[in-house]
Each structure stands twice: as structure tokens, then as C-alpha cells.
Design a protein around this ligand. Structure first.
Ligand SMILES: [Zn+2]
Length: 239
């Protein structure tokens, strides 16, 4: 009976310990903070590039306008009767041809720049949404951590009191021995017997021990000879 009570108490301690482990995990998750910083640096780089491309785009647009008006002028000149010699006409036609070629080149450059601007903008958007997502989960983890810390504080106080009560119902000698063994196994000094073996280390329990564990009332400390934990035979496993 005493062993059962102590075992059940240890199960509660285990629940608390799992919460403590979860807090440690969360601490790792909170390093997402670093990722957010990295994203922000990337965005700054992209924005710098973007402003360069925008500047270049305006230049090309200005060149295109200028080119357009030059084409208009030379076309008007060719349509007028101002050009007298065939040499003059030939030169004007050549000029127009060159201007048209330049126009095509400028248009291609503009297309390229516009594509780059589009790509940079979408990369920035993507990073921003990743930051948003990361910050959302940061917030979630922080909340989880806070509530776990609160729970641990409350529950460990409850458990301390519960152990004090429990200790009063257990003979001093058993309690003393239990606490001694627990020093070696702070995360649980009691282990169950399942299929005639120790659940902690898997060692087979000698027959006479097994018999004692099975028929006894669980009011004696019996150790696994291999790992040294206290053995507990749950009622539901006794056939
Ligand atoms: Zn064992």
C-alpha cells in the first residue's frame, strides 16, 4: 500500500517534470527571434536593391521619352519637303533607323528592370509574411511558457503539501529508505513490475521476490537487484 501511494505520488511529480521539460523546449523555440532578425536584414538588402532598380527604371523611361520625341521629329522632317538632297534624306532615314533600334533596346531593358522590381517586391512580401508568422508563433510560445510556469508554481506547492500529508501515513523507516533511494533517482525511485521483469531496466525478477511482490501488501521496500529501483506490482497486473 505504501509503495503504491508513493508510486502514485511520483506519477504526479512526473507530470510536473514534463512541464519543466516543455519549458526548456520552448526556450529553444524562442530562438526564432534570431530568424526574425535575419529576415529583417534580408529585407533591408532587398529594399536597397529595389531603390536602385527604381532609379534605373526612371532613367530608362526618360530616355524612352526622349527617344520617342526624336523619332517624331525625324519622321516629321522626312515627311516635310525640307530635305532637298538624297544625301540628306538618306542621313535622316539612317537616323530614324538608329532611333528605332535604340527604342527596342530601351524597351527590353525596361522589361528586364520591371521584372526585377516585381521579383524583389515579391521576395520582400514573402519575408514579411514569414516574419509575421514567426512573431505569431513567438507570441504563442511565450504564452504557453507563462502558463506552464504558473502551473508549475501552483502544482509544486500543492505537491509539497500532499507529500507532507502522505509522509505522515507512511512508517518512518520506509519513508527514510525511500528518500535515500530517491537521491539516486530524483525523477522517480519506484518502477513497476510487468511480465515478471523490472520496467526500468528489463531485468527478470527472481521467483521468490516476484511471489512476495505479488502476494505482499506493498508495505515493504523491495529493490530491483540490477538497477536498484524500488519495485511496485500494480494490482491490475496481478492475475
Ligand atoms: Zn531494474
Amino acid at each position: 500500500m505504501y509503495i503504491k501511494l508513493l508510486y502514485e505520488f511520483e506519477q504526479k511529480e512526473e507530470v510536473l517534470r514534463k512541464k519543466e521539460l516543455r519549458i526548456k523546449e520552448i526556450e529553444k523555440e524562442l530562438q526564432i527571434n534570431d530568424a526574425v532578425k535575419k529576415y529583417n536584414d534580408e529585407i533591408a538588402g532587398l529594399e536597397l536593391a529595389l531603390s536602385g532598380f527604381n532609379q534605373r527604371k526612371h532613367e530608362i523611361e526618360r530616355n524612352l521619352e526622349e527617344n520617342e520625341s526624336q523619332i517624331k521629329n525625324v519622321t516629321a522632317l522626312l515627311e516635310s519637303n525640307k530635305l532637298k538632297t538624297s544625301k540628306e534624306i538618306k542621313a535622316a532615314k539612317k537616323t530614324k533607323e538608329n532611333l528605332l533600334t535604340k527604342k527596342e533596346e530601351l524597351k527590353k531593358s525596361l522589361e528586364f528592370i520591371e521584372e526585377e522590381i516585381k521579383n524583389k517586391k515579391s521576395s520582400i512580401e514573402k519575408l514579411k509574411s514569414e516574419i509575421e508568422e514567426a512573431e505569431g508563433s513567438l507570441e504563442k510560445f511565450r504564452k504557453e511558457q507563462e502558463s506552464l510556469q504558473r502551473e508549475i508554481k501552483e502544482e509544486s506547492a500543492i505537491l509539497r503539501k500532499e507529500f507532507e500529508r502522505l509522509a505522515k501515513s507512511i512508517p518512518e523507516e520506509i519513508l527514510r529508505k525511500y528518500e535515500e533511494i530517491k537521491e539516486n533517482f530524483p525523477f522517480g525511485a519506484i518502477t513497476t513490475v510487468e511480465d515478471n521483469t523490472c520496467s526500468n531496466c528489463g531485468a527478470l525478477i527472481p521467483l521468490e521476490r516476484l511471489e512476495e511482490l505479488k502476494t505482499g501488501k506493498g508495505d515493504r521496500i523491495i529493490l530491483c537487484e540490477v538497477c536498484g529501483k524500488i519495485l511496485y506490482y500494480p494490482e491490475e497486473l496481478k492475475k
